[in-house]
Design a protein around this ligand. Structure first.
Ligand SMILES: C[S@@+](CC[C@H](N)C(=O)[O-])C[C@H]1O[C@@H](n2cnc3c(N)ncnc32)[C@H](O)[C@@H]1O
Length: 225
């Protein structure tokens, strides 16, 4: 188990935190449905347009290198959305067999053409796959959308279906200031905390894979990156 940032090359975005704090409860209620509004509605209620732009290619390259993946091996992306990472893993490593699972029927029904048939609608707490069926399992910003017991269950499921290689990334903060920023911005997280809180959860689940944190950093202009 290693703390390693496999999203180091993911582009940083400026975020208008203030706009998110207006009508927060209603925005959160809508976002948690993981429907069209969350992916392709306004920025206040989610991504504000979840479109493929190739930003996952460098991350896919880093994952292939980190796990030593090669043609013929099988990878699962839990919380795959429309399958951008699924597509890019197959692009950077031809012959790699990549699949995804997401709770959102909207995302799966609006998947990238290259991944149609590779994405499943389902819940991370009960992965519909046999034990040890994937060489690597990835879950980026997905597990924290469950309540704590669900997080533990999802981590156990990742552990169960993987053959030893996995990577999760979850929301966290390191200070009261970062916590405030995070709570103002986030829409869908149900479990979050300091890295040490997460390490407890990983331990309780018996998770042996790699992990890292999504942390919103304070920006002096009031727009966070
Ligand atoms: C913040 S998005 C991340 C999407 C993608 N991994 C990325 O990083 O762009 C969270 C994703 O998790 C999915 N999701 C939320 N709860 C889930 C669950 N219990 N099981 C599976 N997927 C879930 C959502 O539909 C959404 O696609």
């Amino acid at each position: 188990m290693a703390e390693v940032n496999l999203l180091a090359r993911y582009p940083k975005a400026k975020r208008n935190i203030k706009a998110r704090t207006l009508h927060k409860e209603e925005n959160r209620r809508i976002a948690l449905q993981f429907g069209k509004e969350y992916f392709d509605g306004t920025r206040e209620q989610g991504y504000g347009g979840y479109r493929y732009d190739g930003r996952w290619i460098p991350i896919a390259e880093d994952m292939v290198r980190h796990f030593g993946l090669s043609a013929g091996q099988r990878v699962l992306d839990v919380g795959c959305g429309k399958g951008f990472l699924v597509k890019d893993l197959m692009k950077v490593c031809p012959g790699l067999e990549v699949f995804g699972l997401d709770i959102s029927a909207y995302a799966v029904l609006n998947a990238e053409p290259e991944v149609i048939g590779r994405l499943h609608i389902g819940n991370a707490v009960k992965l519909p796959f046999p034990d040890r069926s994937f060489d690597a399992v990835i879950a980026i910003n997905t597990v924290h959308n469950l309540e704590r017991a669900g997080c533990v269950q999802a981590l156990r499921e990742i552990e169960r279906v993987s053959r030893g290689c996995s990577y999760i990334q979850v929301d966290a903060y390191r200070s009261p200031e970062e916590r405030k920023l995070f709570e103002d911005w986030m829409l869908t997280a149900r479990t979050y905390g300091m890295p040490e809180d997460w390490r407890e959860i990983l331990k309780e689940a018996g998770y042996t894979g790699d992990y890292y944190w999504t942390i919103l950093e304070i920006d002096p202009e009031g727009l966070s990156s």
